[in-house]
Design a protein around this ligand. Structure first.
Ligand code: ZN
Length: 158
């Protein structure tokens, strides 16, 4: 049965994510290919899959996820001060997003010696509202199940 979203299916969806407090759209597939993901393999934040289980092609669902089912709560010890000279050739500026050995971070403050950086996901601590429309559902291939992600349009290419 592959006419509803279930574990080990590959789902393609159009979605818009908004912050319920401000109405700001933080992400959307509008004007792009639908998002394609392998269900049940941690490709998506947990609540997104939970809310879409059992949905059929053409069905639209709207739901709000508390931080626990989205990107988690903010952790204050994920905010750290780093010596400016550690940045080498990069001139750190507030709002800049950079990659490090232990993951991505955002620059939140800069002074002459120190740079304050935040390793929290930018959506940590936020409730997220999603409006999702199912475009296509198919069974996953053996290869996709082995890799733990969807292939083809909207998925991984390699
Ligand atoms: Zn793969």
């Amino acid at each position: 049965m592959t006419d509803t979203i279930a574990e080990n299916t590959v789902a393609s969806v159009h979605y818009t994510g908004t912050l319920p407090d401000s109405g700001e759209v933080f992400d959307s597939s509008e004007g792009r290919d639908p998002l394609t993901f392998l269900v049940g393999h941690k490709q998506m934040i947990p609540g997104f899959e939970e809310e879409m289980m059992g949905a059929k092609v053409g069905e639209r669902r709207t739901f709000t996820l508390e931080p626990e089912r989205a990107y988690g709560q903010r952790m204050e010890d994920a905010v750290q001060n780093i010596e400016r000279e550690q940045f080498g050739d990069i001139t750190p500026e507030v709002g800049m997003m950079l990659m490090s050995d232990i993951g991505p971070f955002t620059v939140t403050a800069v002074d002459e010696k120190l740079v304050e950086v935040d390793f929290n996901h930018q959506l940590a601590g936020e409730s997220l509202e999603f409006s999702v429309e199912v475009v296509e559902i198919r069974a996953a291939t053996e290869e996709e199940l082995a890799h733990g992600h969807a292939h083809g349009p909207g998925g991984h290419h390699h």
